[in-house]
Design a protein around this ligand. Structure first.
Ligand code: FES
Length: 160
């Protein structure tokens, strides 16, 4: 499998920073996912070989982190936390609102490929609950009106 020159240069650079190759796994998976949209069988096999792990070990790590996926997602992956702090401050209502607004359920993707929606466990922003992560951006203390603004901004960016 061939990755971009940018990926290769990042990978080579990381090799100089970590004591063992396996330490490169998570950042390498994130870079690969950013580049090809999801972690394909081919990418998993390639990365496992590069960091001296088995494919099963790589898949175990992927299944642990909600930011990593083996299936294609929308351009904007909306992750709504409904864990305890967020649940107490309206996380479930926010998730229901997103489901209605986007017309998709948990792990669904809109037909135009713009949005994916996911209910997730704590994303480490409990002090600012309810919290939502869209790709790498956090949005906190959200109301349904503010959630609409976030989704509208994504839509505008995605259709430009
Ligand atoms: S419970 Fe939602 S961010 Fe921690």
């Amino acid at each position: 499998m061939k990755f971009s020159d940018q990926f290769e240069s990042r990978f080579s650079e990381m090799l100089t920073h970590y004591p063992t190759k396996r330490s490169l796994l998570v950042p390498t998976l994130l870079y690969a996912q950013d580049e090809i949209g999801y972690l394909s069988d081919e990418a998993i096999s390639e990365i496992a070989g590069r960091v001296d792990l088995t494919e099963l070990e790589v898949r175990n790590v992927i299944s642990y982190y909600s930011m990593l996926t083996t299936t294609a997602r929308g351009k904007f992956n909306v992750q709504v936390c409904t864990n305890i702090a967020c649940m107490l401050r309206g996380g479930e209502e926010l998730l229901d609102h997103c489901k209605k607004k986007l017309g998709i359920g948990h792990k669904g993707t809109t037909p135009d490929g713009l949005f994916s929606l996911e209910e997730v466990e704590c994303i480490g922003a409990c002090s600012w609950a309810p919290a939502v992560q869209v790709n790498y951006d956090f949005h906190e203390n959200l109301t349904t009106e503010e959630m609409d603004k976030v989704l509208d901004q994504c839509k505008n960016k995605g259709t430009q």
